[in-house]
Design a protein around this ligand. Structure first.
Ligand code: SAH
Length: 258
């Protein structure tokens, strides 16, 4: 799994809580390699609290003293920045960052996503060590995200790109039997059976006069044809018809339990 080749590097973080938040965001999105460059307060109970179960990532986090140490072995380095810098640099949005990172990782390369200090971001010198800069297109009036939130955005895009590359669904698979029934389309023979039941019921309640049908059934067929009924919905409609017939015949009806 190529996400393992992508490391998150946090430079000189002040608040340990943000390290925990970043670890949680990473674990949620299937990443695991965290590198901390000269953190101000680590290890820390604040980090553990904010990691909320992603403590394995904190335990395995590599602590180094310089950015250079954090980037050893990397073939692609991307630096994140909340604002424009003086020297123009190749700039990617988070989605492009995900595609480029994954492509590199799939080729066996090592990728670093570098995040800056809460108060000052990354220095120009640090940003110049990165081949690309990544900017989350936030509101220009208030462009700086919380550090862990920025990690979340980038790792989310990585996960989406990774799922697409693996051909995996981005929606939760429905496993319950009723959910299956609810998405299965009704078959033509079931539908014909239903129309027979519907016609019979409409005659019984006096809505349809077989001597003067006035195109009622073709119009109802057209209506049902537009709606893409599932098996479960068909069961409900047939249940309604059965109860309608009972009511019309003066038979006792059952109360629905739900
Ligand atoms: N005052 C700092 C903000 C730092 S926010 C500055 O102006 O640079 C802390 C870190 O979160 C940043 O260094 C960056 O890594 C990340 N970050 C916050 N907002 C971001 C954005 N809009 N795009 C990309 N990264 C962002």
């Amino acid at each position: 799994m190529s996400l393992q080749n992508i490391r998150v590097v946090l430079v000189n973080t002040s608040h340990a809580g943000n390290i925990g938040g970043a670890a949680r965001a990473m674990k949620n999105m299937g990443l695991s390699r965290l590198v901390l460059v000269d953190p101000e307060d680590f290890p820390s109970s604040d980090a553990v609290a904010r990691a909320s179960g992603a403590t394995d990532i904190l335990d395995a986090a590599q602590v180094v003293t310089t950015l250079e140490d954090a980037l050893v072995g990397c073939t692609l380095v991307l630096g994140t920045s909340a604002r424009d810098r003086r020297i123009p640099w190749p700039l990617l949005d988070p989605r492009e960052c995900a595609t480029a990172s994954l492509e590199q990782a799939q080729q066996g390369g090592e990728v670093a996503l570098v995040f800056g200090r809460e108060y000052a971001g990354l220095t120009n010198e640090e940003l110049q060590r990165c081949q690309f800069h990544v900017h989350i297109p936030s509101s220009p009036d208030f462009s700086s995200l919380n550090l862990a939130a920025a990690v979340q955005v980038l790792t989310y895009e990585l996960r989406m790109a990774w799922l697409a590359a693996q051909g995996k669904p981005t929606k939760m698979e429905k496993l319950e039997a009723t959910a299956m029934l609810d998405t299965q389309p009704v078959t033509m023979d079931e539908l014909e059976h239903y129309f027979g039941h519907l016609e019979q019921t409409l005659i019984e309640i006096g809505f349809l006069d077989p001597a003067k049908p006035r195109h009622l059934m073709p119009r109802l067929r057209r209506l049902y044809g537009r709606s893409g009924i599932s098996k479960l919905e068909m069961n409900i409609l047939r249940g309604i018809l059965t109860e309608t017939q009972k009511a019309a015949r003066g038979e006792p009806h059952k109360r629905r339990q739900e």
